[in-house]
Design a protein around this ligand. Structure first.
Ligand code: PDD
Length: 285
């Protein structure tokens, strides 16, 4: 069956969805996106995702083409049209089509694109054994809080991991942990979760918030701050989180074991809490 996507007001087969070559998304990477996980056809934390979208749009001075209610309706319609229960809805807005020139064009309609794919969560082996990561200097710009479609630095940094046979690249800016190329990173030290402060150097993950909420709710201590590289390398545990990868243990960093080189006890607790929350709350809207 062909995939149905949404483009500028229409649901249509993906083969018929075309964007003009002068779209500023294509020419400049001038746009923002969101990725919303959907469990049993219930979009997870839709309001929070739409608020993050609004923040991204405000940061690039692009008017939001839809109200929260209009987005909700559209996303629910996209979810309804897809023929799988668990989905990842990808939503993408660019500054529209215009002659190639850097300044914002006037009176140009934004381009709106949306698609839904099956939500694939990490395989059991990754959950059981953890994953390998490498580290790199975070050489991205300093507005990583914007969910911008211009992801070339993230792509290049992620490929470093792939080339090294690893799953993610953990980024350090001026020696301070920021995040992964497509995930947030947490460490554990003496039973305390270390969470990098949400500033302009990392994306405020919706999963990041959920992990900290679950920790608070279950009395697991948290320390939010700036953590330097040596502290991260000596941590007892290291985790990555994202909407699609949920919570995963990083068991080696640059081929050196983190803690015992196995998913740690607090990871197992958090993973359990996350799955429990998913089945009891997310699947019920
Ligand atoms: N990315 N940091 C970066 C750079 C990311 O790209 C993502 C997610 C996250 C985690 O955010 P959340 O918990 O809201 O998924 C952090 C998505 C999954 C992507 O680009 O595919």
């Amino acid at each position: 069956m062909t995939q149905i996507v949404y483009l500028n007001g229409k649901f249509l087969p993906i083969e018929q969805a075309y964007v003009p070559v002068l779209d500023r998304g294509f020419i400049f990477g001038d746009g923002v996106y969101e990725l919303i996980p959907v469990y049993s056809r219930h979009p997870f934390r839709l309001r929070e995702h739409l608020q993050r979208l609004q923040n991204s749009l405000d940061s690039i001075q692009l008017d939001n083409p839809k109200s929260v209610d209009e987005w909700s309706q559209l996303i629910n319609e996209m979810v309804r049209q897809a023929d799988f229960e668990d989905q990842s809805v990808y939503l993408h807005i660019t500054r529209g089509v215009s002659r190639r020139d850097h300044p914002f064009p006037k009176n140009v309609a934004p381009t709106l694109f949306m698609m839904s794919n099956p939500l694939t969560t990490p395989p059991v082996t990754q959950v059981e054994n953890g994953v390998a990561a490498i580290s790199a200097i975070d050489n991205r710009w300093d507005r990583c809080d914007i969910k911008a479609i211009s992801l070339l630095p993230n792509v290049l940094l992620r490929q470093l991991a792939v080339d090294a046979g690893a799953n993610e690249t953990v980024l350090f800016r001026d020696g301070i942990l920021t995040e992964g190329t497509a995930s947030n990173i947490f460490a554990v030290e003496n039973g305390i979760i270390l969470a990098p402060v949400k500033d302009h150097h990392l994306l405020p993950g919706i999963t990041y918030d959920l992990v900290l909420e679950l920790a608070k709710h279950h009395g697991i201590p948290i320390s939010i701050g700036q953590f330097d590289e040596s502290r991260i390398r000596q941590a007892d545990e290291l985790w990555l989180t994202s909407s699609t990868r949920e919570v995963l243990a990083i068991t080696t960093l640059d081929n050196r074991a983190i803690g015992q080189g196995q998913p740690g006890p607090l990871f197992r607790t958090m993973y359990g809490l996350y799955q429990d929350y998913k089945n009891k709350v997310m699947r019920n809207g």
